[in-house]
Design a protein around this ligand. Sequence first.
Ligand code: BGC
Length: 375
Amino acid sequence: MLCLPALLNAQEGESDVVVTQEVWGQYEGEEIKRFTLSNQYGMRVSVTNWGAYVTSIVVPDKQGAFEDVVLGYDSADEYVRDCCYNGATVGRFANRIAGGHFRIDGKPVQLSVKRDGGNKGNHAHGGEVGFNKKLWHARQVRGGVEMRYLSLDGEEGYPGNANVTVLYRLNANNEFTVSFSATSDKTTPVNLISHIYFNLTGNQKRDIEQHKLRVDASDLVQVKKGLLPTGKLMRVEGTPFDLTIAATLHERLTSEHEQLKLANGQDKTHGGFDHTWVFNRYDGKLQHQVQLYEPDSGRVLDILTTQPGVHVYTGNFMNGSAIGKQGKAMTFRSGVALETQHFADSVNQPQFPSTLLRPGETYSESTVYRFGSRQ
Ligand code: BGC
């Protein structure tokens, strides 16, 4: 474990965070910037205003070796062409909405729908040109970077002008915090996420199969074909989805279960995780919910969040065609995305926590990624 002065609190810690910025590329004549947040213990996080992506998180292993633990690319141009939301901010509504259709106060809303692929006919990850394909307005703030994007009324079919902010902060406790906020002048669904793929081996040395994952959840959002919620929750006890005690991903992903097969991507025999776990303790406040551990490096990632669940995606559809950092291909199991979020299709499932943001309200969600290590 990293030793830190016992009395150091997050506020004091933040003052020691240094933020640097550089022009990283161009998009339609505008500058793409990259910001790097560093703390006094050597942890570094880089983010870019293109799609408000998190492009790298460099943290020590149990021997003190600093390596990057997120998938991504080396250049801004590659982020512009990204296929797979590699570290992106996804919105206005992440995950799927059946048929892109729902009603708000009785009035029908039709969002854009995917024309092909596994999500054909449904709305997914904010649409064809989601928040991950926009240039955000960024500025340095104390301990971090704030990015803003104005999503206009009608964009991808969404009602209302939505003012969206993401705040990236680092502190001296090796905690990287992502805070989203939004307001809108018409009622609109909002589900903002960070689509970061983790690989704690460091610099993508191996795949994620030996990682151990723990999620404090007794239920899963049950899905049907197309990975759309059935509307029911499924108890995880006695299934490969029971992560209440840390489990090795390989063991779970090679188990037999109908729900795993629905996300079968590259491995047609077993499938994988592309599911949302429903936290046992959820009250909208920051709670410790998830732990990812990689035994060789000893790296531990603890996730605290205000969100009601985590969508875990084990790269089932990644086929190696995308080449990432240092020329390494991103294949099946190269990374695991841990997307804290509200549930897919919530707008059509009144029993799920509401995702509607009304005029005069402020949407606000935070997730803390706390890094450490053990021997
Ligand atoms: C989805 C996957 C999808 C991936 C990349 C995840 O959040 O649930 O089905 O392949 O994002 O788009």
